[in-house]
Design a protein around this ligand. Structure first.
Ligand code: CP
Ligand code: NVA
Length: 308
């Protein structure tokens, strides 16, 4: 298994294009074996600590199942147990965990907490399972889905319609590592972070357009991507956001304006009837459930490359 250039996977930019290609190649090779229950237990005895400060279906289940498939095991830890930074400092938590487990996956609010944990846990990998700023595991799995569904991502146009949030940010990072065109289309006031864009621009070639008009954004798009308008932790803003994003729904009319065979992706969970209609989500161009299955295959590959 190719050694990666980073100990951790906190953002897509942590890994080089070669690292990312190697992870995706492992996912491609192992997916059929995993489906046939024929995967070797390459990581027997390894333990992954999974820390969750926000709810999860896909991330939790896929990391836990992936560890089982690799022959290892996982721990589900919420903030009730460890009180990261309150009951105990982030540094001390890291120094204890690195003596007991082989890796940490963390989903939390502040991105800086994950950076701090990764820096403090010097001996073991730290994987970002979503912060307010990034969701790298999701986007790497999405690149895999596009490769699988469209035969490659090179030269494709991905239109991200919605909030300039963690998903949009990881897509911007991905555009600095993979050769495709990214259009991010958000209402005024909800555009992606300029800091994230500038960091990605320093990280590689970046073919990014930020627009406010969804019709212009999907013209020529091979992939239409959307996400919730109010992310975890923004529940209080849901009504105001529903008003701000009203013209940004991925519906049949919008889909007709993209490439004829465009596919539709959504990281899920979806708020059906808001950012996406039932008709599109359950329609022939939707690949959202293939996409969610791929979380398992890509995360298992990330673990296989990063764990000792
Ligand atoms: N897409 C995603 O990360 O799903 P969960 O929040 O259910 O883990
Ligand atoms: N932007 C969403 C992604 C969920 C996977 C959130 O942070 O809630």
């Amino acid at each position: 298994m190719r050694k990666l250039s980073s100990k951790d996977f906190v953002t897509i930019l942590d890994l080089t294009a070669e690292d990312l290609a190697a992870v995706l190649q492992t996912a491609r090779e192992q997916k059929p074996l995993a489906r046939q229950k024929g995967l070797a237990h390459s990581h027997a005895g390894r333990v992954l600590a999974c820390i969750f400060h926000k709810p999860s279906l896909r991330t939790r289940v896929s990391f836990e199942v992936a560890m089982t498939q690799l022959g290892g095991s996982s721990l589900y830890i919420t903030d009730k147990e460890i009180g990261l930074g309150t009951r105990e400092s982030v540094d001390d938590v890291a120094r204890v965990l690195e003596r007991m487990v082989d890796g940490i996956m963390i989903r939390t609010f502040a991105h800086a907490s994950v950076e701090k944990l990764a820096a403090a846990a010097r001996r073991i990998p730290v994987i970002n399972g979503l912060t307010d700023l990034h969701h790298p595991c999701q986007v790497l799995a999405d690149v895999f889905t596009i490769q699988e569904q469209l035969g490659g991502i090179e030269g494709r146009r991905v239109a991200y319609i919605g909030d300039g949030n963690n998903m949009a940010h990881s897509w911007i990072d991905a555009a600095a590592r993979f050769p495709f065109s990214l259009v991010v289309c958000s209402p005024q006031g909800y555009t992606p972070s300029q800091q994230v864009i500038e960091r990605a621009q320093r990280g590689g070639r970046l073919d990014l357009t930020v627009l406010h008009d969804p019709h212009a954004a999907v013209a020529g798009a091979h992939v239409i991507y959307t996400d919730v308008w109010a992310s975890m932790g923004q529940e209080d803003e849901a009504a105001a956001r529903a008003r701000a994003f009203a013209g940004y729904q991925v519906n049949a009319d919008l889909l007709r304006r993209a490439q004829r065979d465009a596919i539709v992706l959504h990281c899920l969970p979806a708020h059906r009837g808001l950012e996406i209609t039932d008709e599109v989500m359950d329609g022939p161009q939707s690949r959202v459930f293939d996409q969610s299955e791929n979380r398992l295959h890509v995360q298992r590959a990330i673990l296989a490359h990063l764990l000792p």
